[in-house]
Design a protein around this ligand. Structure first.
Ligand code: HAM
Length: 433
């Protein structure tokens, strides 16, 4: 084979870290999405859809120029005029940008927004970690009340309980505010300066540029150092402490299902710079030791100002859909309940002459809510019956001269072969019932 032909015919595959969601799996995704739309509306959230690429500056300013996401993981492109865009690595920055751009802060009430969509990070792909992944996120803008935070947790709990997902752990912490964090950071940097020998090269860099990020390190040798570092929650100011205590109070106060346990996690700092005060994660041990975070979120008062907007308080979360689907597909009932739908009725035509009649009948039946299937390949009746079995159609109906002339059709129930003779008008009710 000539070389050029070999190059032309090379199989093109999906890009590393991306994946297709195929029929048979997509039904579970749709079930999750339906649950989001139905449930979040009960809490007053409206959906927002923002572009998947934004000005790179938006992410640098909000997530933080020294975070791993901005330093190493963004897909950035430069257009012909030299302007830099990035595929969104998360949704909060875009929602806040949109909130400012469309002056959504003019409403008196807090703005509750949610989104579902793809995000992009150039991470090392592994189970539960992808380069294109999907998040379900919700943001409340315009309130700094700790009850908002507890209500968000309650909504998540109800969401998981609707999906029958248990075994989750809620980890909460306070990461202080602009007033109290500088003193803590100074202390942390001093401590880290003394412990450089025990740190990986990346953490040595972080200990100068963005010391809080050391807590995110997964390298074994760094854990010994991390264990000895002071916890931020022990160094927060009075206002932050009161806020955190109130959050815990409202958490206790709201009714809880048994899907989640809750505990304080003093080492939780999160990997994005915009957080102040409350930070939280929901983790599942079933996701494995390293990628165990299903949900991440927290408060981000000040983010609006950082991206050029008016002062606005904010709180929200994002949930990794691939991780949720991994957990749900581990459950037998979910796997069997959500699969590609099978036809209600397979219309098998005797010869090509009756293809048109079958199409007409299918059209009528679909108008009455029946999933009617017609094959176009002019196969023999036997081959069409085999196909009906393969597609797991519930009923088979033969369309031929006799049936069309008399207006009476034999419907065969595929599971037991039971036959019924029905007039054209009665087919839909018989099949749908
Ligand atoms: P995050 O912790 O970076 O937070 O991401 C939230 C969730 O997205 C993670 O817990 C995980 O389930 C999922 N996730 C993140 N990266 C990947 C990946 N590479 N592959 C698969 N899943 C992934 C945020 O994105 C913040 N915007 C959350 C937030 C909203 N905070 C306030 N509001």
């Amino acid at each position: 084979m000539p070389l050029w032909l070999k190059t032309v015919t090379k199989k093109i595959q999906s890009i590393r870290g991306t994946h297709d969601i195929l029929p048979g799996s997509v039904e579970l995704w749709q079930r999750v999405e339906r649950t989001v739309h139905e449930l979040f509306a009960l809490y007053g959230y409206a959906e927002i859809r923002t572009p998947i690429f934004e000005d790179t500056e938006l992410f640098a300013r909000s997530i933080g120029a020294e975070t791993d996401i901005v330093r190493k993981e963004m897909y950035t492109l430069t257009d012909t005029k030299g302007k830099q865009f990035s595929l969104r690595p998360e949704g909060t920055a875009s929602v806040v940008r949109s909130y400012i751009e469309h002056s959504l802060y003019h409403d008196k009430a807090a703005k509750k927004l949610y989104y579902i969509g793809p995000m992009f990070r150039r991470e090392r792909p592994q189970k539960g970690r992808y380069r294109q992944f999907h998040q379900i996120g919700a943001e409340v803008l315009g309130s700094d009340h700790p009850a908002v935070e507890a209500e968000v947790v309650e909504m998540l709990e109800r969401f998981f309980s609707r999906l029958n997902l248990g075994g989750l752990r809620l980890l909460i912490n306070s990461v202080g505010c602009v007033k109290c964090r500088p003193a803590y950071l100074k202390r942390l940097r001093e401590d880290l300066a003394k412990k450089q020998a025990g740190l990986c090269p990346e953490c040595r860099h972080r200990s100068q540029s963005n010391a809080l990020r050391v807590f995110d390190c997964k390298v074994d040798s760094c854990q010994l150092v991390i264990d000895q570092l002071p916890s931020i929650v022990d160094h927060i100011c009075k206002d932050c402490r009161q806020h955190f205590e109130k959050f815990e109070h409202y958490l206790d106060f709201l009714p809880h299902s048994k899907t989640m346990t809750c505990r304080r996690e003093p080492r939780l700092v999160r990997g994005l710079d915009y957080y102040v005060r409350t930070a939280f994660e929901i983790v599942s041990d079933a996701l494995g030791p390293t990628q165990n975070a299903l949900v991440g979120g927290g408060r981000y008062d000040g983010l609006s100002e950082m991206v050029g907007g008016p002062p606005a308080k904010g709180f929200g979360f994002a949930l990794g859909m691939e991780r949720l689907i991994l957990l749900l597909s581990g459950q037998e009932d979910m796997r069997s309940r959500y699969k590609a739908p099978a036809p209600d009725l397979f219309l098998a035509y005797v010869e090509e002459l009756y293809l048109e009649k079958s199409l007409k009948l299918a059209q009528e039946l679909r108008g009455k809510g029946v999933f009617a299937y017609v094959d176009f390949e002019n196969r023999s009746l036997k081959a069409q019956t085999r196909l009906a079995h393969r597609l797991q159609a519930r009923y088979l109906c033969v369309v031929g001269e006799d049936e069309i002339e008399k207006g009476k059709f034999f419907l065969k129930r595929m599971e037991d072969g039971e036959q019924s003779l029905l007039s054209r008008e009665d087919i839909a009710t018989h099949v749908v019932l």
